[in-house]
Design a protein around this ligand. Sequence first.
Ligand SMILES: [Zn+2]
Length: 213
Amino acid sequence: MHSVKINLARLVGLSSFIFVISLIPNLAEAQRGLQLEDDTLSKTVLIHPVIQIGENQYITTREHTYRSQLQKGDQQARDFLVAATNKQGILHIYKNDGKFNEDYFGWKKNVMAPFDAEVKRVNEADSTNKPGKMNSDVQPGLVFLEKDNGLTVVYAHVRDIKVEKGDRVKAGDIVAKVGNNGNSIAPHVHVGAWKGATPYQIQIDLYAKHRDK
Ligand SMILES: [Zn+2]
């Protein structure tokens, strides 16, 4: 009986070893495939922090991920909001009851350029939303910034735009303020990135703040 058990264990051990070995070429093949196909792996762009925040404030982000029906500037885009902690240490994006734009920690905070870029297009929105009510009929405040390699970033829902089409900006330069307009229910900045037909996922260069000093 005893020897049968050992043989069985050896047999199981050996067969699972063979199984793992047989998987290895397939895994390698799958990984090669991912590197080759542009649409199966997100491309990313590292950008300067978008919103200038105060002491004890934080950036919180909402992802749009990838959905084929979204347009270019919305694919894999991110919304950036400013948050602060309350007495319990819980993050909130507004103080009081959040009925007014002024309640939001992000409201009118400076918005900074993502990288050295040329301003390709701007639009100052002609109306401001009340929190909780979006106005999709109105074009939001927009700033389009293009890098020398053609990679473009759009900032949406901004206000008090400080740049014009054709301006050159450096990473971290103030280009606008956080607004709440167009397809937006609370003060925030929508950031979309793409190059040609390829949407880029946005990553924030958290070291930039240290380098700026
Ligand atoms: Zn958004």
